[in-house]
Design a protein around this ligand. Structure first.
Ligand code: ADP
Ligand code: ZN
Ligand code: ZN
Length: 704
């Protein structure tokens, strides 16, 4: 611990005195400029130290990244550091390496990686120099009375492992040094138990564990298990939880406990990957295929991929678990880069549900429901089992339309339909799911004046309404982004389902993930086909994973459960594989296709996106960026290994009055792509002279 006095400004900055000792620092700052910035200090400062420095007319918190014998610019121009922040030890080397790697791999300035991933207080000048800074955020946080840790947890007994689990645990615990493990286990096969045992082993060896989950919603259930099994046994609160739902102070406290080694397990969503863990000995990435591991703005990193890099860098094991691994990870397991461990049976005395395809081409559907599904629901409800109706579309209806002239409700700011929503009190409104714009529902058609405006298609609200008519005695709950807007409401709704206070659950993908429903006998899937025919080459992979996952909610604790998928295309390989619960078959089929056309994982991609008020400006910028490559063969020596596609407008080209276009870059060689991108990005400032255009680069994009 450092003495509070060291938090005070090191010295009043003044003109550079040639006789005073000078230390030349290279500092990373969170500014959209490449490179590091030169500062001078009259004290020795360790790499990794945070400092407050003047930048233009502002002051900023930066991280000292290098120490130099000489400044890289004229010494007289180098400004002095204003304050050396010593409330924390310097950021550790491995954290610096991780940040460097991420910056280089994702082509971002180092400061834009390092600073945003720190808790807010640690990177805000006002937290140190404001009127009420009180010694800085760390001192304030430490002074606060710690909330009592969950001491009321009852220790839970560990189940006897089955053979598959035992083998997996033994393999993982036997790993010395780095190894990436792909734990492929069907839903309900007890992957969590394997994670727990592996974590226990690492803890017993005095190491810390980073346990990553894709979504906040999955943390409460796991938090309980971890506390019951590990914390209660350890006798103190060794668990820290970190996700974007935490208040700044809570996040800082969790971060500090982990960084100081007080917390031994960090359970968190993607942002947790950047937490310093001094004794890290094991990383677990649950549901590793999940797209939520990908950050979608700023530094567009994949926390899963960084987890593998971090494990490699530290020489420790990383376990990637899923019932439907990403094809990238599956491919790595097939080529022997990852160690494949499989759990092939459900852990409890339960079977996988039977998956039935209902061919809807020749069926009269009522409100989107086939007679098969309705009958099956009736039977389950009679047997006092729960039913889940899955529909990945929220709202009442995806569009409102005029029966006489064909007018459809459209967002004025986006190239998209507006979705009809039932607000509280039965009021209707139209909402754009792209820009969030909301408008009144017109009384009559704006084009022809006809009053016969009809909702077209259906979302979860409409299905819920119809189910309430069909099953008046059933207790129905809907879980989607609308019904769970308030903090804690998702947890409350799920708790009701777990407590058996819900008979029919209607929901979007939110219900598909992770939950261990004990009395769910039937899952009905509506409108799956809309996910099949998307432009994106990953659409079938995503659909398969999503349906496997939602199907996996059924029959976890009971026999004879069933999944009914309504489709117009029952012969599609995705659906056929689902009926056999055949991830491997599907993966082989999909990988063969990908290989044939040279798509990931057989190629590596990056996406340059441009946005402007006018599409032409965005397209011009992208064309110039592409042409630049051909015009400078000397700078791009390996350009023959790179494929640059033509710029194209995005499918939803306009969002909130901004037009968007993209340019895809592809290579069969990752090093070649990396080398190409870094040269290309260096040229961007000179290409992006038109300030009306904003651009960004995404490496390994998930959506194209
Ligand atoms: P997954 O994460 O693979 O979908 P879970 O870890 O949720 O599966 O396990 C499914 C259920 O099986 C849970 O209720 C869990 O407590 C239980 N379970 C796990 N392993 C065993 C075991 N060896 N014996 C009995 N029950 C088990
Ligand atoms: Zn009309
Ligand atoms: Zn809109």
């Amino acid at each position: 611990m450092t003495a509070p006095s060291s938090i005070l400004p090191s010295r009043e900055p003044g003109p550079h005195n040639a006789d005073a000792p000078a230390y030349w620092l290279r500092v990373a700052l969170d500014v959209p400029l490449p490179g590091l910035f030169d500062y001078r200090s009259d004290q020795d400062v360790a790499v990794g130290t945070r400092v407050i420095v003047p930048f233009g007319r502002r002051k900023m918190v930066g991280v000292v990244v290098q120490l130099e014998d000489q400044p890289t610019i004229d010494a007289h121009l180098v400004k002095p550091v204003e304050q050396i922040l010593s409330d924390l030890p310097p950021m550790p080397d491995d954290w610096m390496r991780l940040a460097r790697f991420a910056a280089q791999y994702y082509q971002r300035p180092l400061g834009e990686v390092m600073l945003p991933c720190l808790p807010t207080g640690l990177r805000k000048v006002s937290a140190y120099q404001g009127k009420r800074s009180g010694g800085g955020p760390v001192v304030r946080s430490d002074a606060r009375k710690q909330s009592a840790p969950a001491s009321d947890v009852t220790p839970a007994a560990a189940p006897q492992l089955n053979a598959d689990q035992e083998k997996a645990v033994n393999e993982i615990c036997g790993i010395q040094g780095f190894k990436a493990v792909l734990l492929h286990g069907i839903t309900g096969s007890g992957k969590t138990e394997v994670y727990l045992r592996a974590a226990q082993h690492a803890l017993a060896q005095g190491r810390q564990v980073l346990f990553m989950v894709p979504e906040i919603n999955l943390t409460p259930q796991l938090e309980r298990s971890l506390r019951a099994r590990l914390t209660a046994v350890a006798g103190g609160d060794i668990l820290a939880v970190m996700h974007s739902g935490l208040a700044d102070g809570e996040r800082l406290r969790a971060w500090l406990r982990v960084q100081r080694g007080q917390a031994r397990i960090l359970l968190g969503t993607r942002l947790a990957i950047f937490t310093p863990l001094p004794d890290l000995g094991l990383i677990i990435v649950d549901e590793e295929h999940d797209a939520s591991y990908k950050q979608q703005d700023g530094l567009r990193y994949s926390a899963r991929d960084l987890a593998v890099w971090r494990a490699h860098d530290l020489g420790i094991p990383v376990v990637l678990g899923s019932a439907t691994p990403s094809l990238e990870s599956w491919h790595h397991a097939q080529t022997g880069q990852y160690l494949l461990l499989s759990l092939t049976h459900r852990a409890r005395d339960a079977e996988l549900p039977a998956v039935r395809l209902v061919d809807t081409r020749r069926l009269a559907l009522e409100q989107g429901l086939s007679p098969h599904l309705v009958t099956a629901m009736q039977e389950r409800l009679q047997d006092k089992q729960q039913c889940l109706v899955f529909l990945n579309r929220r709202g009442y209806a995806p569009v409102l339309s005029c029966a006489s002239c064909g007018w459809v409700s459209q967002c004025t700011r986006c190239t998209a339909y507006t979705v009809l929503h039932r607000a509280r009190g039965g009021r209707n409104l139209l909402s754009c799911h792209h820009c969030g714009y909301r408008s009144q529902v017109p009384r009559a058609c704006p084009d022809c004046g006809d009053q016969d405006l009809r909702p077209m298609g259906r979302g979860t609200q409409r299905v819920e309404e119809h189910l309430a008519e069909l099953f008046p005695d059933a207790r129905i709950a809907r879980i989607d982004a609308d019904s769970t807007r308030l903090k804690g409401s998702a947890e409350a709704l799920f708790a009701k389902v777990h407590a058996g206070e819900v008979d029919i659950l209607v929901g979007t993908q939110m219900v598909a993930k992770g939950h261990d429903f004990s009395n769910l006998g039937l899952v009905g899937v509506l409108n799956a086909d809309s996910m099949l025919f998307s432009q994106d080459f990953r659409a079938p992979e995503r659909l398969f994973a999503q349906l496997m996952q939602v199907a996996g909610r059924a029959g976890r604790h009971l026999k004879g459960a069933e999944v009914i998928i309504q489709t117009d295309y029952p012969e599609q390989p995705v659906y056929q594989a689902l009926t056999r619960h055949d991830y491997k078959g599907f993966a082989e089929y999909a990988l063969t296709e990908r290989r044939a056309v040279g798509l990931p994982p057989f190629a590596h991609q990056a996406l340059l996106t441009a946005e402007a008020r006018e599409l032409r400006l965005a397209m011009d910028f992208l064309s110039a960026a592409r042409d630049f490559v051909g015009q400078h063969p000397d700078r791009f020596p390996a350009a023959d290994l790179i494929t640059l596609y033509d710029p194209v407008p995005l499918r939803v080209v306009r969002v909130a009055n901004i037009e968007r276009a993209q340019l895809l870059v592809e290579s069969s060689s990752r090093p070649a792509l990396q080398a190409f991108l870094s040269v290309w990005m260096q040229a961007m400032p000179q290409l992006a002279v038109d300030t009306r255009v904003r651009w960004q680069l995404e490496v390994d994009p998930l959506e194209i």
